[in-house]
Design a binder for this molecule. Structure first.
Ligand code: HEC
Ligand code: HEC
Length: 206
């Protein structure tokens, strides 16, 4: 074999090896994880807990949320309709074929109760949650999310969610950073900063 041929065969081998390895480098999770459990254990559980009840208040609890809702949110992070430095980057590394499995894993888990830290603030949030604010045109949250906040197939569960997470979502709807739902964008835009804090505190205690 001449020198040129050796070089050629080496580059071809290298190119083939790179080709074969590329999907594993780009999509380690989707190709190597046997099922959602592996992905949950190695990635999601760090922030959301293996049982879907996160302890850090910036990470939402996923336990008890509708699977369809969870799936919609994973797709929204993937498409950019919903943006977050952390979640958007994580979702970009996961095969979208795994999204339904992840939603089906977390949705049926038992949600843990939340904790009210400021009773006075929660008491202020209650009338807004139950009746809305007719002056500014905020509809009653309970009308869709239900009085006990457990939600249903269309409207996500809010009950027991961490205050910090709820506050961030309402601000993200308000600013348009989260554009997953025109209705909640309108609700967010009509809420004041004080109302957001109060209603988030009330929701934590549901
Ligand atoms: C490093 C921490 C971290 C990891 C790891 C992580 N998440 Fe998240 N997740 C977050 C944060 C923070 C948010 C809130 C994002 C926002 O504010 O929009 C979030 C939001 C979500 C939501 C939206 C919940 C809702 O109520 O709308 C879903 C669904 C979700 N994550 C699923 C997953 C899954 C599945 C994995 C594993 C593949 C995962 N996350 C890994 C931090 C994390
Ligand atoms: C007309 C129905 C409706 C009303 C009224 C409504 N919501 Fe929503 N809400 C929704 C829907 C639908 C979603 C899911 C939107 C999406 O996919 O982003 C949602 C999502 C949310 C979320 C995000 C949950 C999560 O896990 O990320 C929060 C927080 C929320 N609503 C709080 C409120 C509050 C507080 C009020 C009252 C001030 C309210 N909503 C009124 C329908 C409603």
């Amino acid at each position: 074999m001449g020198y040129a041929n050796i070089i050629l065969s080496l580059t071809c081998k290298r190119a083939r090896a790179a080709f074969l390895l590329a999907p594993f480098i780009l999509l380690p999770v989707s190709l190597l994880a046997a099922d959602a459990q592996d992905t949950v254990t190695t990635i999601c559980a760090t922030c959301h807990g293996a049982d879907g009840n996160s302890t850090d208040p910036v990470n939402p609890k996923l336990a008890g949320m509708g699977q369809e809702y969870l799936l919609r949110q994973l797709n929204a992070f993937a498409s950019g309709k919903r943006r977050d430095e952390i979640m958007s980057a994580i979702i970009a590394s996961i095969d979208s074929n795994d999204f339904p499995k992840l939603a089906a894993y977390y949705g049926p888990k038992q949600p843990s109760p939340g904790k009210v830290q400021n009773q006075q603030l929660a008491a202020k949030g209650r009338p807004l949650y139950e009746d809305g604010n007719t002056d500014s045109g905020v509809p009653a949250c309970a009308g869709c999310h239900q009085s006990d906040g457990r939600g249903n197939a269309r409207f996500p569960r809010l009950a027991g969610q961490h205050q910090a997470y709820t506050v961030k979502q309402l601000n993200d709807y308000k600013s348009g950073r989260r554009a997953t739902d025109p209705l909640m964008t309108t609700v967010g835009k009509r809420l004041t900063a004080d109302e957001i804090k109060a209603v988030a505190e009330y929701i934590a205690g549901l």
